[in-house]
Design a protein around this ligand. Sequence first.
Ligand code: IMP
Length: 208
Amino acid sequence: MKLLVASRNQGKIAEIRRLLDDTGWLVVGLPSLDSGLEIVEDGETFEQNARKKAYAAAEASKMWTLADDSGLEIDALGGEPGVHSARYCGPDAAQIFRNRRIQDCLVAVPEEQRTARFRCVMCLIDPAGKEKVFEGTCEGKIAYHARGSAGFGYDPIFIPEGYSRTFAELGLETKNRFSHRARAMRQVVDYLRTRVRADTKSRKRGHS
Ligand code: IMP
C-alpha cells in the first residue's frame, strides 16, 4: 500500500517513512507526485492547516494521504511561533536565523521559564475521501544555545523533557521514540492497521 505524505519537507518525509518501517506501507512525498501542487498554509490552527494540506493532496492524487502540520510553542513567547513556525521571521528566513531570534528573545528568561512543546496534528484521508485527525505533543525546554546537527527546523534548540541534550544532538532514532510526530504517527499506524484488516475482511466477505 502506498501513502502520500503531503509535504515537501524531506526531514519530515524521512521521519514518517522511518515511523512506518515494518508496516508494509510505501511512503512517498509531494515531490514524487510531480503535480506542481503548492498549498498555502494560511490556517489559524495546526488542524486547519493539516486538513487543508491533506485535502488538496488527496484530491490531486486519489491516494491514501497524510498531512502533518506542526510547530513549536514557547510559553515565554505566548505560544509563538506556534502555527507560524515555518514562516517565523518571514517565509524566506533561514532556519539558523529563526533559531537565533528565539535565543535572543529568551536571553534573560531563566531555565524554569523556558518551557515549550512541539505539537503535531495529522490528517489522514482514505481514497474514498474519509478523514481522521490525530494529535501528538512533546514537552521540553528551549536551550541557551543551538546544539547538534541532526534533524531539522528547531531541533537544535529544543531539549525534550527528561534529557539534557537537544533533539539535534539526540538524533533521529531517539527523537522517533517520543517526538510529537512519533506520538501522532503511532495513532495513525494503529488506525491504518485496523482499517486495512477491516477492509480486507469485508473484501473477502464480498467475494465469498
Ligand atoms: P509545517 O508543519 O510544514 O507547516 O512546518 C512546521 C515548521 O515547524 C517546520 O518548518 C519546522 O520549522 C518546525 N517543526 C515542526 N516539526 C519539527 C520538528 O520535529 N523538529 C524541528 N522543527 C519542527
